[in-house]
Design a protein around this ligand. Structure first.
Ligand code: MRU
Length: 345
C-alpha cells in the first residue's frame, strides 16, 4: 500500500504528490512551518490526508516548542494551529483535525501534564487520526461497494484515493472494495484540469494496483455518458453541508449535472469528518482560489497569452438534489440529507 503520510521522529514523511507520476519521492518535513507549506503547495492534498498532515504538524510544532511555561506553550499551540489552519480553506477535515488536537491539548493542560507528556499525547492522537482514517475508508468501502454494479464502468473525478487519504481512499476505496468482492469494474478517470489529479494521481495509484483505468479529458465525460459507457459516478468530498450540498474538486458539479441528464447514479464517498453540520447549505462553503499559474501554464509551458487574466477556483458545490447517496463509514445517507446526515453524525 502507498504510504501517503507517516509520522517519524525526524518529522512528517509524505509522498510529494506534485512530482507524481514521473518521480516517486518521500521527503520528510521537519518543522510545523514546513508541514504547513507542504499542505499549501499541494505536496499533500485530498481532504482526509490534509487532516492527518495538519494533526501531525500541530504535534510536531508542540514537541519542538521552546516554551518554558504552560502559558507560553498555550500561546505556541494557538500560533501553530493558526498557521496550519490558514493553509487551505475548503476541506473541513483540516479544521476538524486541528480542533481534535486542541481538545486533547486543553485536557492535558487541565490535568497539569508537563510539556513532554503533552507532546507525546499529541503525537499519539495524530497517529490515531491516521489509523482511524484507513479503517474508516475500509468500512466506507464495504457500504459503498454494495451500490456498484457487478460489472461495468465507473467514472471518477479528481483523486479520492490512497493518495488523498491516509490509505485505501474514499471514492477509490469503494471501487477497491467492490473489486476485492469480485466485481468486474473498469474506471474512467477525468484528467481534472488544472492540477491534473485524475491524470497524474488516480491513474497512477489504480495502475499500481492493477485496476483497469483509462484517463479522459474533462470535456469527454458527457459524450461517454451519452454513448452508455458509464454505469455510475463516484467522487470524494472536501466539505458536505448539513443539507447534503457537496464541495469537491472543480468540475465535479458539471459531472453531476451530466449524470442526472443521463440517469446515471452519482455517489459521494466521504468520512464523517468531512460533514460540516454547522453550515446549513453549500453557499457557506469557502471556495479556495488558487494561483493563476495553474491555469495559464501546463508543465511550466505557457498556454494562455501573456497579459490575459484567468479564474482558478479549486472547488465547486454540487447541490444535494443531484447526489444519489452519500457513503460514509457509518452507513449510506439518502435524500432528504438534512435528516439522514443528522442521524449519521
Ligand atoms: O485540491 P485537492 O487535490 O486537495 O482536492 C481534492 C479533492 O477535491 C478530493 O476529491 C477530495 O478532497 C476528496 S479526497 C478523499
Amino acid at each position: 500500500m502507498i504510504k501517503t503520510i507517516e509520522w517519524t521522529d525526524e518529522g512528517v514523511r509524505m509522498i510529494d504528490q506534485r512530482k507524481l507520476p514521473t518521480v516517486e519521492e518521500y521527503p520528510v518535513f521537519s518543522t510545523y512551518m514546513d508541514v504547513a507549506e507542504a499542505i499549501r503547495s499541494m505536496v499533500v492534498r485530498g481532504a482526509p490526508a490534509i487532516g492527518v498532515a495538519a494533526a501531525m504538524g500541530v504535534a510536531l510544532g508542540v514537541r519542538d516548542s521552546k516554551a518554558r511555561t504552560t502559558a507560553d506553550l498555550k500561546r505556541d499551540f494557538d500560533h501553530i494551529s493558526n498557521v496550519i489552519s490558514a493553509t487551505r480553506p475548503t476541506a473541513v477535515n483540516l479544521f476538524w483535525a486541528v480542533e481534535r488536537m486542541k481538545r486533547v491539548f486543553d485536557r492535558m493542560v487541565t490535568e497539569k501534564a508537563d510539556h513532554k507528556t503533552i507532546a507525546t499525547r499529541l503525537i499519539e492522537e495524530a497517529i490515531a487520526i491516521l489509523n482511524e482514517d484507513i479503517e474508516n475508508n475500509k468500512r466506507m468501502g464495504q457500504f459503498g461497494q454494495a451500490l456498484l454494479p457487478d460489472s461495468g464502468t465507473i467514472l471518477t473525478h479528481c483523486n479520492a484515493g490512497a493518495l488523498a487519504t491516509a490509505g485505501y481512499g474514499t471514492a477509490l476505496g469503494v471501487i477497491r472494495a467492490a473489486i476485492e468482492n469480485g466485481k468486474r469494474l473498469h474506471v474512467i478517470a477525468d484528467e481534472t484540469r488544472p492540477f491534473l489529479q485524475g491524470a497524474r494521481l488516480t491513474a497512477w495509484e489504480l495502475w499500481k494496483d492493477d485496476i483497469d483505468v483509462r484517463v479522459i479529458a474533462d470535456n469527454m465525460a458527457g459524450s461517454f455518458m451519452r454513448l452508455g459507457l458509464i454505469d455510475a459516478v463516484i467522487v470524494g468530498a472536501d466539505r458536505i453541508a448539513a443539507n447534503g450540498d457537496v464541495a469537491n474538486k472543480i468540475g465535479t458539479y458539471p459531472v453531476a449535472v451530466l449524470a442526472r441528464q443521463h440517469d446515471i447514479p452519482f455517489y459521494v464517498a466521504a468520512p464523517i469528518s468531512t460533514l460540516d453540520m454547522k453550515i446549513p447549505d453549500g453557499s457557506h462553503i469557502p471556495i479556495e482560489q488558487r494561483d493563476p499559474l495553474e491555469v495559464t501554464h501546463i508543465g511550466g509551458v505557457r498556454m494562455v497569452p501573456e497579459g490575459v487574466n484567468v479564474f482558478n477556483p479549486a472547488f465547486d458545490v454540487t447541490p444535494n438534489h443531484l447526489v444519489t447517496a452519500i457513503i460514509t463509514e457509518l452507513g449510506v445517507a439518502r435524500p432528504p440529507y438534512l435528516e439522514s446526515l443528522r442521524c449519521l453524525s
